[in-house]
Design a protein around this ligand. Structure first.
Ligand SMILES: NC(=O)c1ccc[n+]([C@@H]2O[C@H](COP(=O)([O-])OP(=O)(O)OC[C@H]3O[C@@H](n4cnc5c(N)ncnc54)[C@H](OP(=O)(O)O)[C@@H]3O)[C@@H](O)[C@H]2O)c1
Length: 378
């Protein structure tokens, strides 16, 4: 009996591994990922041991096995021997690996998220009794901006903001077709945007939200030619104000669904366990019960960077050099800020008595946005 996981070196993936290891009587866990087995071991163990949580059972890390593979390659790039090791006595397969770029060339996204899932399904065919847990995203709902999204909803009529969303949608449709053909137990997990309020040191898997603070830092730095950006950054470190108005295109009345990553991993492992013997596909919104208003997120950013004012606009016209620079990187904001909500019926049924997560409020976000190397905390 054993479990296989892809994406174990990722922000969510390492938390899934930690949760899988938390079960004292648990099965061996095979980590399939890029690089040599030694480097996979070093990266996975560094991430798992850094994470918070109840102490792991003694010898938990000895349950980890490593197989070098690349989801974009046919057969995941596995030799016959590695494939036999990876599929030996498998009872559960977690597919968490993906490419998460929100901007840029769609071709690598297609290769990783669509072809990668195809290759993983081929491997799952060779482990006929294993449950498949496919990690998707709440953003498969694409451009659907309003209404209550049901866990069974999977449609493309509203279109997509980003190639990332579209590739994750296509991957989910493939998983559906595969599940119909095989009648295997399949759990599709759809997390929303995952966060932590514990600053992640360099070298460990960082959170997507880091890109927001990078955007503001980049905007400020782009003004160093006029010495304003430098003054602003210094002002932030010294806690005094200066003024930089940054316009960004997003819906000020919109909201983000942000969920604590540790909670997401716990809920997913618990839910997958509960659905292990359900011989059909079940989709779960791994989302927060309450959305976080964009206005709250903007206030947290402004508190983190005193002197910066974020000005939401429907469309960015005549951008300043700083706005032009950050505009390219903030294109994803208008897809994150929406007015839709997510149904969580299947999730709640599967996680049983797991309490709801704490709110992700302004203070939480302030901690989440704090750079790990900040001399003065936000
Ligand atoms: N983080 C979020 O907020 C969020 C929200 C919703 C859904 N999700 C979904 O959750 C899953 C995990 O996300 P994450 O936050 O852990 O992402 P991440 O931090 O970007 O990690 C991605 C993982 O995928 C692996 N990977 C990428 N390309 C690969 C390839 N060609 N072959 C093998 N492994 C490859 C990476 O390995 P390397 O270390 O070698 O790069 C890494 O382990 C994804 O399916 C994502 O779509 C994430």
């Amino acid at each position: 009996m054993s479990i296989l996981i892809t994406g174990a070196t990722g922000f969510l993936g390492c938390r899934l591994v930690r949760e899988l290891l938390a079960d004292p009587g648990g099965e061996p866990v095979t980590v399939l990922g890029r690089g040599s087995e030694e480097s996979l071991r070093a990266r996975t163990e560094a991430a798992v041991t850094w994470l918070d949580g109840p102490p792991l059972p003694p010898e938990a890390l000895t349950r980890l096995r490593y197989v070098s593979g690349d989801i974009t390659r046919p057969g995941l790039g596995l030799s016959a021997d590695a494939r036999a090791r990876a599929t030996d006595a498998l009872t559960q397969i977690w597919h968490s690996a993906a490419l998460l770029s929100l901007v840029g060339d769609p071709v690598p996204l297609f290769r990783s998220n669509v072809l990668g899932t195809r290759h993983l399904l081929d491997l799952a065919d060779q482990a006929p009794t294993a449950q498949l847990v496919h990690v998707s995203t709440a953003y498969v709902a694409g451009r659907r901006l309003t209404g209550h999204v049901l866990e069974d909803d999977l449609r493309e009529d509203d279109g997509f903001h980003l190639a990332y969303e579209e590739t994750k949608y296509t991957a989910e449709t493939m998983v559906h077709a595969w599940a119909r053909g095989t009648r295997r137990p399949v759990a599709v997990m759809r997390p929303s945007l995952l966060v932590t309020d514990r600053p992640v040191p360099d070298g460990l898997p960082g959170q997507p939200l880091e890109s927001l603070s990078h955007v503001v830092e980049a905007g400020a730095r782009s003004m160093t030619v006029r010495d304003k950006g430098r003054a602003l950054l210094l002002a932030r470190r010294q806690g005094r104000g200066d003024t930089l108005r940054l316009r960004a295109a997003f819906d000020p009345g919109g909201a983000l669904n942000l969920l604590q990553a540790d909670y997401a991993a716990k809920a997913m492992v618990r839910a997958a366990q509960a659905l292990r013997d359900t011989p059909s596909l079940r989709t779960l919104h791994v989302t927060h019960p309450q959305n976080t208003a964009m206005a709250t997120a903007a206030r947290a950013l402004e508190r983190c960077y005193p002197g910066v004012t974020l000005v939401p606009v429907p469309e960015l016209t005549d951008p300043t050099p700083a706005e032009a620079l950050i505009g390219e990187q903030t294109r994803f904001l208008d897809c994150l800020a929406q007015r839709r909500t997510y149904d969580r019926t299947n999730l709640l049924q599967a996680v049983g008595d797991l309490a709801d997560p704490e709110p992700v409020d302004e203070d939480y976000l302030l901690r989440a946005l704090q750079p790990p190397d900040a001399a003065t905390p936000c």
